[in-house]
Ligand binder design. Structure first.
Ligand SMILES: [Zn+2]
Length: 536
């Protein structure tokens, strides 16, 4: 007896056994049971999400000898022949290989004739977007006045390429990608029914490898069974998929924490020797950083107790901000692999980048390197401190810089600042007043100090002007004396420059922290021209 591949053997034969796509199933079941059928359905979605499977169940539902319903009997000749792929009134066409007008015309000419064996003639056209324009036109004519017995079921991965005139005559359903949990559940049901021993972790790797396609998941499962000699084990599956094992990932993480670049390089060499995928390695590393960040902020989001325990020491040892950065570095490292001289170099450069951007903290290495968390040691560490809080001890012991031993700054004379702002000065006189500091004020005189760098402001006209305005303000004659010496406090000019600089710095910081800007910078490797940033 020949071996039947799982994807075919386990292809769902009824809506009830179909995994996922509940929204489509509900609508179709309803239409079938109410006998409110459309002449053309369009199923869109990526490969392996169930487009042709649903189409075949539809064909059975329409042609079952027990009558039209959403629950075809599955035993009559129509049902069994459709399941076996040899029902005369179900025509499965692959537009990818039949794009010519002749083929289409031939097909559509036949569509005018009543079905031979069943109630409906069902045309299942896969990858329908590949049809030529004349072929679409010819189909359109049939769609405009479809014979009663005709049903078109169109499937495509690329609905954008279908002419609007055709689209508007179809009832469209978008099929979703299979969630990993659905795939894992389905694979375990299949294995239980097949009597094949398996490890659940292995199924998670397979589901991840299938990337949302149930058909791919079942094909991978076939391979895994063959590879494992009748068993599906975690290690065998990882070897088959080239998935990087946890032991490698945690060894990398320990190397990073211990600031041990050689240890990290050893892992890379080991992966190279075993031909493990570096792209997969970076992907796994990104996932790991994501899981650790979750362990920091929402440990309850990690459903498995074992994972919580495993990650807790890292959640404590790694800084929350660094985790964000590390995650970025890992996912961008993946992007850059295609540009790297080779995958190994690209991977190592990403590791070195992680090392280079590791927060500079003396306490960190000591805190974690010695007790590099091994699975066995982890539970003890967990009990010592709850995982939720980032480790404050690992934060830099920021020492407040000692007070500058510069000459004790004279208190700023706020009156002088206010006065300068109010005096109706302009031009050079205003500049002069703003760059001066008030050093002494008596009944008969005002004494200012001007920095030698601004000595050029000391022209007679502006001195006279300033003196006149000061006398007018005070309402009495005043002598104005200006000493050229370094001011001891902040002058009005210096203050406005500082304020301006702070505003500019804030503006730059807010631009740099803007998530959109950061994405753009990351995506396009752009840089910000700070001179173009203006505070608002
Ligand atoms: Zn039947």
């Amino acid at each position: 007896m020949s071996y039947q591949v799982l994807a075919r053997k386990w292809r769902p034969k009824s809506f009830a056994t179909l995994v996922g796509q509940e929204h489509v199933v509900r609508a179709l079941t309803h239409a079938l049971d109410q006998n409110r059928l459309h002449h053309a359905y369009l199923f869109t979605g990526t490969r392996g999400v169930g487009k042709t499977t649903i189409a075949r169940i539809m064909a059975k539902a329409l042609n079952c000898q027990a009558g039209i319903s959403s629950t075809p009997c599955g035993v009559c000749s129509a049902c069994t022949e459709i399941d076996a792929g040899r029902f005369i009134d179900l025509l499965e066409l692959d537009a990818a290989s039949n794009t010519g007008i002749d083929n289409m015309r031939e097909v559509l000419d036949n569509a005018q004739y009543a079905p031979t064996a069943g109630r409906f003639k069902v045309y299942l056209i896969d990858e329908v977007h590949m049809l030529s324009k004349p072929a679409f036109n010819s189909m359109l004519k049939t769609l405009e006045e479809p014979p009663e017995h005709l049903m078109f079921i169109l499937a495509t991965t690329d609905p954008q390429k279908i002419p609007v005139t055709v689209l508007s005559r179809c009832l469209q359903f978008n099929l979703k990608q299979m969630p990993q949990t659905h795939i894992v559940d389905h694979l375990s049901r299949v294995l239980e029914a097949e009597g094949v021993a398996f490890e659940p972790a292995a199924l998670r790797h397979l589901a991840k490898g299938a990337a949302g396609s149930m058909r791919d998941a079942l094909s991978l499962l076939d391979q895994a069974i063959a590879h494992g000699g009748g068993k599906v084990e975690d290690e065998g599956v990882r070897a088959m998929l080239g998935t990087v094992g946890d032991e490698h990932l945690f060894a990398l993480l320990d190397g990073l924490l211990a600031q041990d670049v050689l240890a990290m390089l050893d892992v890379a060499k080991l992966m190279d020797a075993r031909s493990l995928s570096f792209d997969g390695g970076l992907q796994e590393l990104g996932t790991l950083f994501h899981r650790i960040a979750l362990a920091q902020f929402a440990p309850e989001a990690l459903l498995e107790e074992a994972e919580r325990i495993r990650l807790a020491p890292y959640a404590q040892a790694l800084d929350a901000e660094f985790l964000q950065l590390a995650y970025q570095i890992a996912i961008h490292g993946r992007d850059e692999l295609s540009l790297a001289p080779d995958d190994y170099a690209g991977f190592v450069m990403t590791l070195l980048r992680l090392h280079a951007f590791r927060p500079e903290r003396a306490g960190l290495a000591k805190a974690t390197a010695g007790a590099a968390p091994k699975p066995a040691a982890a539970p003890a560490a967990v009990r010592q401190a709850p995982p939720a809080a980032p480790m404050p001890a690992a934060r830099p012991q920021a020492t407040v810089p000692p007070a500058v031993a510069a000459p004790v700054a004279a208190p700023v004379d706020e009156d002088w600042h206010a006065l300068v702002a109010r005096l109706p000065l302009n031009g050079m006189a205003k500049q002069l007043a703003q760059h001066c500091e008030l050093s002494e004020r008596t009944e008969s005189a005002i004494r200012l100090r001007l920095s030698p760098v601004h000595k050029h402001l000391l022209g007679k006209p502006q001195q006279d002007k300033l003196q006149a305005e000061l006398q007018a303000w005070h309402g009495r004659p005043l002598r104005l004396e200006i000493d050229v010496a370094e001011p001891a406090s902040e002058t009005p000019a210096a203050r406005s420059r500082n304020v301006q600089r702070e505003r500019q710095e804030r503006a730059i910081a807010s631009i740099e922290q803007d998530p959109f800007v950061r994405d753009v910078v990351d995506l396009f490797d752009a840089s910000i021209d700070e001179s173009t940033i203006k505070p608002v």
